[in-house]
Write a protein that binds this ligand. Structure first.
Ligand code: ZN
Length: 433
């Protein structure tokens, strides 16, 4: 029997609520901002001059889909540096095209592009809604509005087995251009009008006011607990909103006012991070430079600050699946509900080295949390994270860690209740030390 405390359960429920409220990267940032503001964090604008106070707590967003939050401690930045935890707000999936509505023999199909590397087949036969942001014309101005249509609006019905006889032998495949468009309804009023109407209704505007959008086809099913002892969670976007939630929870739980801490939540990890808002962009470097300057550090001391800092890149790990033992490196099986995972790759697909890994092991030990170590099979290509990118940009000793999960990049992923609680405890400990 898996023993789960009330506090573990509460943290996992809070994670599911966070994900349900964050169906797109723009929502993930809005949900995070809500929590930061409630905890007294003050908004900074990149376009204004910054005046920061020692002991202050701040956050700044870029492009509404990336966010940095930090608290300044009493210890001198030049010699103590910061502990940074990074994660990503985006998840792979289907993104609505700019002119998506197409009439197909009286039915409206919505054209989508594949974003990142989703398990496409899992999107079939799901109750899909729409979420993201819409640019709305309001008089002479253009306003960005968050949109979340949280009911089954779109669907990708499978082709019946009778017309796809090899589906169970060859796998479920979709041509990305011709077979992925999502069905919306009848095109009696015109395909474009049929697409715009639910958006305009949800935003309370005229269809003609809708200009452009960044929209995700999102799952409408809420997060759930499963398993004999309800020891697992299932939801979309556990990769990587679970790490965003763990990092934020750790930051908001920090009591020590001596240490300086920063949480970085980036968009665009799933497509390589090379963008103005991504981890490969200037965001984190810009903010660290301004933070240091506002604290009176000259160029020399800014570099000392970086040398004294430690970066934890938090992203999910592949938990061992008993049905597919051959997919895993036999000496590096990591178990769901077995504890946070340190990820290693000799080719630096992960930023971890022996020194940064030892440091994280010590953090887990102090927190009383079990810790596992993962390496991918040598004959399989290894994924990557924001870890090596941020490490290269900033030159900070870095480690890649994450909670183990199943079905990464499925529309419905699974992870462990205990792992999430342990990850929060470990990250909180990292911020205190
Ligand atoms: Zn990820």
């Amino acid at each position: 029997m898996t023993i789960i405390s009330d506090e573990d359960r509460r943290q996992a429920q809070d994670l599911l609520d966070f994900i349900d409220a964050s169906p797109s990267p723009w929502h993930a940032v809005a949900s995070s901002v809500q929590r930061l503001q409630a905890a007294g964090y003050r908004r900074l604008d990149e376009g204004e001059r910054w005046t920061l106070a020692s002991g202050g707590r701040y956050y700044v967003t870029r492009g509404d889909s990336s966010l940095l939050a930090f608290r300044l401690g009493k210890r001198p930045l030049a010699t103590s540096g910061l502990t940074l935890i990074g994660a990503h707000t985006d998840s792979p999936g289907l993104r609505v095209k700019p002119r998506p509505a197409e009439d197909a023999a009286g039915l409206v199909r919505i054209g989508v592009e594949v974003y990142g590397g989703p398990l496409l087949a899992t999107f079939a036969d799901r109750d899909l809604g729409l979420a993201g942001r819409v640019m709305v014309r309001a008089g002479d101005a253009i306003v960005s509005r968050l949109l979340h249509i949280d009911r089954p609006l779109l669907r990708l019905p499978n082709l019946a087995i009778h017309m796809n006889r090899e589906a169970n032998e060859n796998g479920l495949k979709f041509n990305k251009q011709t077979e992925l468009p999502l069905l919306l309804g009848s095109s009696d009023d015109g395909a474009d009008a049929q697409f715009r109407r639910p958006l305009a209704d949800a935003l309370g505007v005229d269809p003609g006011q809708l200009l452009t959008w960044d929209l995700v086809a999102c799952d409408t099913q809420k997060g759930s607990f499963w398993g004999a002892d309800r020891e697992f969670v299932a939801n979309g976007q556990l990769d990587n909103l679970a790490s965003c939630h763990a990092a934020l929870s750790a930051l908001l739980a920090q009591e020590d006012d001596a240490a300086s801490s920063l949480v970085a939540l980036f968009d665009h990890e799933e497509i390589g991070s090379e963008s103005a808002v991504g981890a490969g962009g200037s965001f984190v470097g810009d903010v660290l430079q301004r933070l240091a300057a506002a604290c009176g550090l000259d160029g020399e001391d800014q570099r000392r600050m970086l040398a004294a800092s430690y970066f934890i890149s938090a992203d999910m790990a592949h938990g061992w699946h008993p049905n597919f033992p051959a997919a895993y490196e036999p000496c590096h099986r990591v178990l769901v509900n077995g504890g946070p995972v340190i990820k290693r790759n000799a080719n630096q697909r992960y930023a971890t080295d022996a020194a940064s890994a030892a440091r994280f092991l010590a953090i887990c030990e102090r927190a009383g949390v079990p810790c596992q170590q993962y390496a991918h099979r040598s004959d399989l290509g290894c994924g990557s994270t924001i870890g090596p990118i941020v490490a290269a940009r900033l030159g900070i000793p870095s480690v890649d860690v994450g909670a183990p999960m199943w079905a990464m990049h499925s529309v419905r992923e699974s992870a462990g209740v205990l792992d999430h609680a342990w990850m929060i405890a470990a990250l909180a400990n990292a911020f205190e030390s």
